[in-house]
Write a protein that binds this ligand. Structure first.
Ligand SMILES: [Zn+2]
Length: 426
């Protein structure tokens, strides 16, 4: 997020420093009693400046020598730096700016000790002086809204657009996609006409570069559903995003599609009672009565709904992050659950049966990650973690304040003459 900021900050400081240096040539009132030596000063050549960065394994001394300092100066500078920060703790990539009167060794060095502090080193007679300059920051809030043309990146923005720096929005897109990563597959589920609003708090440096930023609230309209994300800090310090009900956004999968006991677990190899031979069981069987409603364990897009060999009647749903789930041996598939339809978490997609290769009514549930069968009983999955009851009141206060910020900009709606996205099954 500091990209592009460093050279500007350095350049600004260097410019200011050059003015200061000029001012130093004017006899100051600080030492009026000292005799002023008469010296012949040749007309100064224009200073030349250059950047360098500390290489991996390179010491500060080596960096200084590589940029034209003599060994004595390099040693003196290193000793001055030591007064502010251990030279050994300087990380590779540290940015240094060297300024020198043409043809001589550098007499001014600026080290970027951190994104917000610069160490300014100036040669003075036989030694060097150092001073740290903190870069001040200011805090502001921007509210953006976007009407999606084809993806988050291609959105018609409104709100505080003129306050955005170059490429700033694209960084928000990454963060926003991350916040909703367990709810929305941004590579597939985003439609033309979807929209979002976001309130963002920023810390800005004088040159306009962003020191830090965080979402205060986000709202996303995706395929007829409105999702909100509100950050809230748990008592243990973890900052997470919650929906308006206080449900953690990162939770995705229900523990089971039917609330019945497991009659056959996951195994890569087991004796099959119908086939009478060893055959892997790449799913979990739930012994549920015929007709029991089966729920989608997570929101997603139906990729298969129909009869498929030994699975009998089956529904397969594709979720975020390349996960998919299968629900087999169904007696019936719910109306509207057809390939391409979007289903919500907990939506009834069909009913338990014994179609296909099944000895009796049960649900055969499969869980796949990137096409590979996984055991959902042992797989580490982010599960929805509700906010503890005692923090709900505090959360509601923050939530209402956060959502009110969004009202500065309306959630865009597609104009009636624009082409609508693909039809969404309910
Ligand atoms: Zn099974």
């Amino acid at each position: 997020m500091d990209r592009g900021a460093v050279p500007l900050a350095l350049a600004g400081l260097i410019a200011g420093g050059i003015l200061l240096a000029v001012a130093f040539f004017v006899p100051g009132p600080e030492a009026p009693d000292e005799p002023v030596p008469v010296v012949v000063v040749p007309a100064p050549l224009p200073p030349v400046s250059g950047y360098d960065t500390l290489g991996s394994g390179e010491t500060l001394g080596e960096l200084l020598v590589a940029n034209g300092l003599g060994p004595a100066s390099a040693y003196a500078v290193t000793e001055v730096v030591r007064g502010f920060k251990s030279p050994r703790s300087l990380r590779p990539g540290l940015i240094a700016r060297f300024t020198a009167v043409s043809g001589s060794e550098p007499d001014r060095i600026v080290l970027q000790l951190s994104p917000d502090s610069l160490l300014d080193l100036v040669a003075a007679d036989t030694t060097w002086n150092g001073a740290v300059h903190e870069v001040p920051v200011s805090i502001d809030t921007v509210v953006l809204a976007g009407l999606i043309e084809s993806s988050l990146w291609f959105a018609e923005l409104s709100g505080d657009v003129e306050k955005l720096g170059e490429d700033e929005f694209s960084e928000y897109v990454f963060d926003l996609a991350d916040v909703f990563a367990w709810k929305v597959d941004f590579t597939r589920d985003i439609r033309r006409g979807d929209a979002f609003r976001a309130a963002i708090e920023r810390e800005r440096r004088p040159d306009g570069s962003i020191r830090s930023r965080r979402f205060l609230a986000i709202e996303l309209r995706n395929r007829n559903r409105d999702l909100q994300a509100i950050p809230f800090q748990r008592p243990d310090g973890r900052r997470e995003y919650f929906d308006v009900e206080g449900e953690a956004l990162k939770g995705v999968f229900l523990r089971y599609p039917v609330p019945f006991r497991i009659t056959s677990g996951f195994s890569r190899r087991r004796y099959h009672p119908v086939l009478k031979r060893n055959r892997a069981h790449l799913g979990i069987d739930y012994g549920a009565p015929h007709g029991t409603p089966v729920k989608a364990t997570a929101a997603g897009t139906v990729v298969r709904a129909g009869t498929w060999g030994s699975f009998g009647r089956i529904v397969e749903i594709r979720h975020v992050k390349n996960f998919s789930t299968r629900y087999a041996h169904l007696s019936s598939i719910a109306r509207g659950v057809t390939a391409g339809a979007f289903v919500q978490q907990g939506q009834i997609i069909g009913r338990v049966g014994s179609t296909g290769l099944a000895t009796g009514p049960h649900l055969h549930y499969e869980f796949l990650q990137a096409g590979t069968h996984r055991n959902p009983a042992t797989l580490e999955l982010p599960s929805a973690e509700r906010l503890e009851d005692e923090h709900v009141d505090a959360f509601r206060v923050e939530r209402d304040q956060a959502l009110a910020l969004l009202d500065a900009v309306p959630l865009p709606v597609p104009s009636s003459d624009s082409t609508a996205g693909p039809a969404v099954a309910e």
